[in-house]
Design a protein around this ligand. Structure first.
Ligand code: SF4
Length: 269
């Protein structure tokens, strides 16, 4: 119950920051005034840091996100280059047997505006070792460019699992649990200002809302680890299959852009 109230407060703080950003943009645009930018995210983080969950809530959280059985003693590198090296030789789950390359991640490695988390590598990614370089990747690049994001300067892209699942099947629960340790360590080392989850697998894993549908998860702000704003939307591969999803994805991306005060294609900043 307490956890529900905390999530509601996190959502309210995220919406407040969104409103502040909109207000500041409106003042700059309509009154041509240069006003200082408010970094409300730090204030929100301080408020949330003071909300120490009660003991029973901590137990609930633990149960929602169990450590992978038998993998509690995995030691991960404390720097990104070391972590990438660990990952390249990893055989901690069955996906190691069928991969050609691990696909660790790509982009701005130091405090990017956004860390994008997709599902798993496809055929082209498995061949090249780079995330989102096939058709879905091309669409993602365009989508990100429309809100002033690119992997060269302000965005980092990775997946919930680093090896291609055979026949592009969904990653299995144990594979996501084990490989999720890499994702969580990447987030801790890269320290993005916000996280964008693409598709149900990444969205459920990083929000902890395992039983929710994409319709329920998309377009809402969550806080990863009680500190990093996180928003979910549909996977570009799903958009390629169903163009009707373009509109909701665009709405979600604009929401993220406003939250971070990024330029939006077709709108004056
Ligand atoms: S998917 Fe992740 S955990 Fe499994 S072998 Fe690849 S890198 Fe290791």
């Amino acid at each position: 119950m307490q956890e529900d109230r905390k999530k509601a407060l996190q959502g309210a703080l995220a919406e407040t920051e969104n409103l502040i950003n909109m207000f500041e943009r409106t003042v700059r645009r309509n009154w041509d005034l240069e006003i200082p930018r408010t970094d409300f995210s730090q204030t929100a983080q301080k408020i949330l840091a003071n909300l120490e969950p009660a003991q029973e809530t901590k137990e609930e959280i633990k149960e929602e996100n169990p450590a992978p059985a038998g993998h509690g003693d995995i030691r991960l590198s404390l720097d990104l280059a070391g972590l990438k090296k660990d990952c390249a030789s990893c055989n901690r789950c069955r996906l190691a047997q069928t991969r050609n390359n691990t696909v660790f991640g790509d982009g701005c490695e130091v405090r990017p505006d956004v860390l994008v988390v997709g599902e798993g590598p496809g055929e082209t990614e498995d061949k090249t070792g780079l995330p989102f370089v096939g058709r879905a990747g091309e669409l993602l690049t365009k989508m990100l460019a429309a809100i002033s994001l690119n992997r060269e300067s302000n965005c980092y892209i990775t997946n919930t699992v680093k090896c291609r699942p055979p026949e592009n099947r969904d990653p299995l629960v144990d594979e996501k649990q084990i490989c999720g340790l890499y994702v969580r360590q990447q987030i801790a080392l890269i320290r993005p200002k916000a996280i964008l989850c693409l598709g149900k697998g990444a969205s459920c894993m990083l929000t902890g809302e395992e039983d929710s549908s994409m319709g329920q998860l998309r377009g809402r702000f969550f806080f990863y680890d009680n500190s990093i704003p996180l928003i979910c939307t549909y996977h570009p591969a799903a958009v390629l299959r169903n163009p009707d999803l373009k509109r909701p994805v665009w709405e979600d991306l604009k929401k993220l852009a406003r939250f971070l005060n990024l330029g939006i294609a077709g709108e004056r900043k």
